[in-house]
Write a protein that binds this ligand. Structure first.
Ligand code: SF4
Length: 509
């Protein structure tokens, strides 16, 4: 039986043997990973993690004409407040309109926990449909319904005939998995099972008139050159434009999906000639579904960050369409131009040590970009490890000057602070909310992902270099910050092994 026949997507712990607690050197990681020798572990002390809802809501709130209905405790979904800026700015650059996300909550309380809350959910579905008349209502369940046994799928089946919106269950019970990337699968699972069929039978009706037949021929021809470009949140509009530009140079069309994509257009993805991920960790679940159920082949090997990886990404796609020679010509011209543009930045970057922190694939390919710019990678921390990035470790090991640390940690800033004190990098790249530890230590920082900035493709390589040059030319801000802000750790912690609590039931210092 396929995963997609189940109501709920499987956990990544089982599906991919994903791990969240490990430390090793870059030189051995690729070999160990390929030999399945990276065991997941525990920490005797942890400082927190990320809930699935954070990721799921970021995707769902971006979809036009969609209401996100969170079935859970009132605090679940509070992250939607901070994400709303992305929804507004992303909608503005794509549609020329600033719109807020519409998200509601059943706000479960103690009485609901004792009595059950399926009735409350049904009422909320009806009310969301009446008030907003959306095309889609995504019903996202948090921990509480999972604990008390509310069956959101049965409620949805009961209420679907009553409402005009299509109802999409998204199972995000936070306690079920420690791998928050499972949220990508949870959203894709709901979308794949509920939104891939055209909304009206009219859309599937064969053409009857001459004009309709001509339009169908044009559409079929276009779809034979259309690539599904998967974006769950790995890139902002500026990066999408860069990849569209490169695909256009090959004569290919892009169907960017699913963030900021209209739910009624999702079925187009089932007729494309190829699906291509922009981050293998994000997209594999849905790519497999598109292939299994609709016969759309896929490429899920690379992330187009850095000069070499962008060229490889483009070559793979061109190879699928038999456009290898065209790709070689484009790559040669693009690489020549970007390398010339980067030359003035290199003297400042040469041999400066950099530490990176992000999701596994993004961290590893950004490390390769920084090496291309002249930096020396001195440590990488990633949120989890799974099988998609094994080859990227080999690439880094081949160029590493030392066997630097690879730390798999689902957000453990205490380990990071300890590591940074020992490694003493000249630069830190991490997510915007994860840069504070390095900043308080006085290390210059740059955000590894921001939807308003360019990171991807040849243009991204240049823009990253330009921004890092500005940061390193004047690193006074974080230096001053470190003089006035401190981290909460005792000196004894900095003197200890950073992995004191890894694979332990606790430890005393
Ligand atoms: S972990 Fe559970 S209770 Fe906490 S925000 Fe996530 S779904 Fe809600």
């Amino acid at each position: 039986m396929s995963c997609y026949d189940q109501k709920v997507a499987p956990r990544r712990e089982e599906r991919l043997q994903t791990c969240i607690a490990h430390n090793g050197g870059v030189c051995g990681m690729g070999k160990k990973a390929k030999a399945c020798m990276i065991d997941d572990g525990e920490r005797g002390f942890t400082q927190g993690s990320i809930c699935l809802l954070l990721v799921a809501l970021a995707m769902l709130n971006s979809m036009p004409e969609t209401v996100v209905l969170i079935h859970g405790a009132v605090g679940c979904g509070s992250c939607a407040h901070s994400q709303n800026a992305n929804t507004r700015s992303g909608g503005s650059v794509r549609f020329g309109q600033v719109k807020d996300a519409i998200w509601l909550s059943t706000a479960l309380n103690e009485v609901d926990v004792i009595s059950g809350a399926e009735g409350k959910l049904g009422h909320a579905i009806r009310e969301a449909d009446r008030r907003y008349r959306p095309k889609t209502i995504a019903v996202v369940s948090g921990c509480v319904p999972g604990l008390i046994g509310d069956d959101i799928d049965t409620v949805i089946a009961e209420f679907q005939p009553e409402v005009s919106a299509r109802l999409v269950p998204v199972h995000c019970e936070g306690f079920k998995t420690r791998i928050w990337a499972t949220a990508y699968d949870a959203v894709y699972h709901g979308v794949g099972r509920n939104l891939l069929k055209p909304r009206t039978p009219e859309a599937e009706r064969p053409p009857t008139s001459r004009e309709e037949r001509q339009a169908a021929v044009v559409e079929t021809e276009k779809l034979s050159r259309t690539v599904n470009l998967m974006n769950v949140s790995s890139m902002g509009r500026v990066d999408e434009v860069e990849l569209e530009r490169l695909l256009q140079a090959l004569g290919l069309e892009s169907n960017i999906f699913p963030v900021f994509s209209h739910p009624d257009s999702f079925h187009k993805a089932t007729r494309a000639a190829l699906s291509v991920s922009t981050c293998p960790t994000h997209d594999d679940y849905f790519l497999r579904q598109l292939q299994e159920q609709f016969g759309v082949p896929f490429l899920n090997k690379r992330m187009p960050i850095g000069i070499r990886n962008t060229s490889l990404w483009l070559k793979d796609i061109a190879g699928h369409f038999g456009l290898g020679a065209e790709a070689d010509r484009i790559i040669e011209a693009e690489e020549r131009e970007v390398r010339a543009a980067l030359a003035p930045f290199r003297p400042l970057f040469e041999n400066k040590k950099v530490f990176l922190s992000a999701g596994e694939f993004r961290a590893l390919v950004t490390a390769q970009l920084l090496e291309e710019l002249g930096f020396e990678v001195s440590g990488i921390r990633m949120f989890h490890h799974d099988a998609f990035a094994d080859d990227e470790y080999d690439k880094l090991a081949a160029t590493a000057k030392t066997d630097y640390t690879i730390n798999v940690a689902n957000v453990q800033p205490f380990e990071e602070a300890n590591l940074l004190k020992k490694v003493k990098p000249d630069l830190f790249l991490g997510h915007v909310n994860g840069n504070s530890t390095a900043a308080k230590l006085g290390i210059p920082t740059h955000t590894i992902y921001n939807t308003g900035l360019a990171y991807i493709g040849y243009r991204g390589a240049f823009e990253v270099a330009r921004r890092l040059h500005r940061t390193l030319k004047n690193p006074a801000f974080n230096r001053n910050l470190s003089a006035w802000a401190s981290l909460p750790y005792a000196q004894t912690w900095y003197e200890a092994d950073p992995f004191t609590y890894l694979h332990t039931r606790g430890a005393s210092l």
